[in-house]
Design a protein around this ligand. Sequence first.
Ligand SMILES: [Zn+2]
Ligand SMILES: [Zn+2]
Length: 311
Amino acid sequence: MPSKGTPGMKAALQKTDRSHEPFREIIDRFGLLLGRQAEARDSLEPVDLGTFAPDEQRFLNGEPLVNFLDTELLQGPFRQTASRVWPVMGVIFPSLAESLTLLERKLADVPALSSQCLQAVAQGDGETLDSAAARIGVTSDFLLMALGAAYAPCIAAHRQALVSKAPVEVWRKPYCPVCGSDPDLAVLENHPDASEFLVSKSGEVWHHCPVCAHRWRFIRMVCPGCGNQDHQTLTRFTLAESPREHVYACEQCRQYLPCLDLVEQADKIDFDLAALKAIHLDAAAQTRGYVPLSPAPWAALGFAEEQTKAS
Ligand SMILES: [Zn+2]
Ligand SMILES: [Zn+2]
């Protein structure tokens, strides 16, 4: 049954404007998937992470928390979310249904293969992924997408337990301190602090993780893709019809990240859906020849090419 998060997500999805119309079908399909992932996350009982104790120095040097986790502990929740998310994924994307059924059956039959898959997706280990894909008889790209869809709710449900063991508030890397994912969205907002005399009118940059839903502060005027700090090669553009929505792009690595300016917005936004609803910014950036930093699957649809390829 739908969880508490879902009616709000449905309402948020319906509340779109004209800039979304060309992407209506993509938004609807991925919105259904994100809704099912949110349900899976909310219904999961977090497991005891045992002796999870990240090395603080290594964390501060840039290793995300998941590096210190025995991923085998997440095997139960991972299989649980897979069995909730994959059938829906097969309905939303019928061309994937057969491979998803095959995948679920193989993982149920061979526990070692399931462990290998979980390790591949959690550690971003390409060799392990390729070897698992060959054993299952699917492509690595498909496997990564399917595993990611099941892994995301699973790691999101354990986020609080993970961040409670490390000083995540000091993290300023471009990728997520919890799971290591690249962000799918930047947001400008103010977090007024009694110790800060001046609050920047232009806001702080906060990144959102599409995998575990963590949000962390990043540095202004730095490319999150390559670290470029030369303001002459950092571009920001805005679409005429949506002045509070921007794209940050870098001329050195040609990557971009959509950005929402919430500095003067009082209403809370649904971060689970915000990047999907910024899909017109993906299209605008890709038309200009930039490539997405975001690992979100819709960002990889290739908007610079013909739209028909997307469906
Ligand atoms: Zn994350
Ligand atoms: Zn760059």
